[in-house]
Write a protein that binds this ligand. Structure first.
Ligand code: GAP
Length: 538
């Protein structure tokens, strides 16, 4: 992972936000190449899900035809939206503070184990944040605490298995013996406290409590709030999907793992509205369709998995959820991180925005009420049901929600693409080569154009070719240093093709196209380059 992070910084994919002031935890800037890569991820998603969708044909695996459209909603919306959606009351994480180090941790992210040292005979619960090798991190913490050296490892007596902090803190009498990560004395952790993940902001100049608004923690609610507008302003018929790509904000307690858990990030969400009788089939369709998309874009292999949630894991509104997960290199072996969730949300969202905040009572969703019988959070009172004029049926559509993170997908594509092999240099000597095997649709630069040397008419032809290709593709011109080094620089940023103008070009107009992955070079006439690249880029 360190190599990938270093490459991202060195070649301008990702920078820490506000780096010159020491950075800001949980915020990341995309550099000159990163902005192209992430835009390509979002464009590929938008194009494959929305623009190229043919509503006249039943796609493979779908129960019927459907339509797709899009929205671009505001980040700040009416605060009542978050009260009815459940985010205001339920979108919490538990956190603990260390009184000694002043560090704050997500309660469920701390892992530890009871350990006893023969001399002095003290028993303590040493902790760490989850790492690739949790046990060795715990050993290090225990040795430090007991003032022992590495060779004294056998003086430590471990008790029981590695446990999470919530499991240990449930036993109240033991909390004084918990040693916080990085602390010197045990018993410095506070009780867990709830922490709402929504960022607050103030509207207008007065700044009273009534002027409080929130930065959206998901793009989904803008779609639900506009469901009626879309139905009234278009001729879309259920089933149809509304897609949105945009920023979301969550005041994550422990942002970490590069961009994986950020406080400002982008989502690519679809809310798919269908008849309740067909929702199970549509759920299966979207689950499989989204999984296949990641494979098509290059995340093949055992590092990608589809995981169906068990009944206890389901959200308060969901009758079925699956996660598409990727084995990021920063996770412990065998662990996967979520790329996208596909949720069957039933009629929870539309009903919430009609009636008010709902809660589950038995198998029913009912309006949550205050002791005085008034709704806890009032809905809009607007009719968000759908009338099917063919069947003459009025119903509240069910929603299937494929919700992806653009930053997590970009990070997964980067991690998967990072490759090291051996390739001969100009003198034929084998050299280690780092390259990004990005899908050509995702690669920031599609082709680089080089004159072999800076003389004999080659730069003039190369600049002409560059100008022609630039009309259609993201291309890069380079005439600095030896051609072998120029190839390496392009390999390292994932450029799939390098076009070189050489002595023969001056004679017959042909150039070489070098393939990043196979290193094969073919001669192509310069007049055929646009067609050749279009074909090769897919
Ligand atoms: N509307 C449903 C929803 O927002 P979620 O599982 O909370 O569901 C969906 O988020 C996706 O958004 C996640 O699968 C992940 O890719 C991305 N995401 C969520 N929190 C994130 C964070 N703090 N940083 C980066 N991406 C995040």
């Amino acid at each position: 992972m360190e190599n990938i992070v270093a490459l991202c910084k060195r070649r301008g994919f990702l920078f820490q936000s506000s780096e010159i002031y020491g950075g800001l935890n949980g915020f990341w800037d995309y550099g000159p190449l990163g902005v192209l890569l992430k835009r390509n991820v979002k464009d590929a998603w938008w194009n494959d899900m929305v623009m190229s969708h043919n509503e006249l044909v039943i796609p493979g695996g779908a129960p019927g035809t459907y339509e797709m459209t899009g929205l671009d909603c505001t980040i700040i919306m009416h605060p009542q939206i978050w009260k009815c959606s459940g985010h205001y009351d339920l979108f919490h994480d538990f956190m603990v503070d260390c009184r000694e180090t002043k560090k704050r941790y997500r309660y469920d992210h701390i892992l530890g184990r009871w350990v006893l040292a023969a001399s002095p005979a003290t028993r303590v619960f040493v902790t760490t944040l989850e790492t690739e090798n949790t046990q060795s991190a715990l050993e290090e913490a225990a040795l430090k605490f007991f003032g022992l050296r590495k060779k004294d490892l056998d003086k430590l007596q471990w008790e029981g298995e590695i446990m999470s902090l919530p499991d240990v803190m449930r036993v109240a009498s033991d909390t004084a013996k918990i040693l916080a990560p990085d602390a010197k004395t045990p018993g410095t952790l506070t009780e867990p406290r709830e922490f709402n993940l929504m960022f607050k902001t103030t509207l207008g100049a007065l700044g009273t409590e009534e002027d409080t608004a929130f930065l959206r923690p998901e793009t989904a609610q803008g779609i639900f709030a506009n469901f009626k507008n879309v139905c009234d302003s278009t001729r879309l018929r259920v089933p149809f999907g509304i897609a949105q790509v945009g920023k979301s904000f969550r005041n994550e307690i422990t942002p970490r793992n590069f961009t994986f858990r950020s406080r400002e990030f982008e989502q690519m969400e679809i809310e798919f509205f269908c008849h309740p009788s067909q929702s199970a089939q549509w759920y299966a369709y979207w689950r499989d369709r989204r999984f296949a998309w990641y494979i098509k874009m290059g995340l093949a292999g055992e590092r990608l998995q589809l995981r169906e949630h068990g009944a206890t894991e389901l959200s308060h509104y969901s009758c079925g959820t699956a996660d598409i997960e990727y084995q990021f290199p920063f996770l412990p072996p065998g662990e996967f991180g979520e790329l996208e969730g596909i949720a069957h949300r039933g009629d929870f969202d539309l009903r919430s925005h009609m009636e008010g905040k709902l809660v589950k009572q038995g198998n029913e969703l009912v309006l949550e009420k205050l002791p005085n019988g008034q709704p806890k959070h009032r809905g809009s009172g607007k009719d968000l049901t759908y009338y099917d004029d063919l069947t003459k049926e009025r119903f509240t559509p069910h929603v299937i929600e494929p919700s992806a993170g653009a930053d997590r997908a970009t990070l997964a594509f980067l991690c998967e693409a990072y490759q090291v092999d051996t390739a001969p240099d100009e003198k034929g000597q084998p050299q280690e080569r780092v390259y990004l095997k990005l899908h050509p649709r995702l690669a920031p630069i599609k082709a680089a154009v080089f004159p072999l040397v800076k003389k004999d008419g080659m730069p003039e032809i190369a600049t002409e070719i560059y100008g022609e290709l630039k009309q259609q593709f993201s291309v890069f011109y380079d005439d600095k240093s030896a051609v072998g080094r120029r190839y390496r620089r392009q390999d390292e940023i994932g450029t799939p093709f390098c076009i070189t103008v050489d002595g023969q070009t001056v004679q017959d107009g042909t150039v070489t196209i070098r393939d990043r992955d196979t290193l094969e070079q073919e001669r192509v006439h310069r007049n055929d380059l646009v067609q050749e690249l279009t074909q090769r880029l897919g």
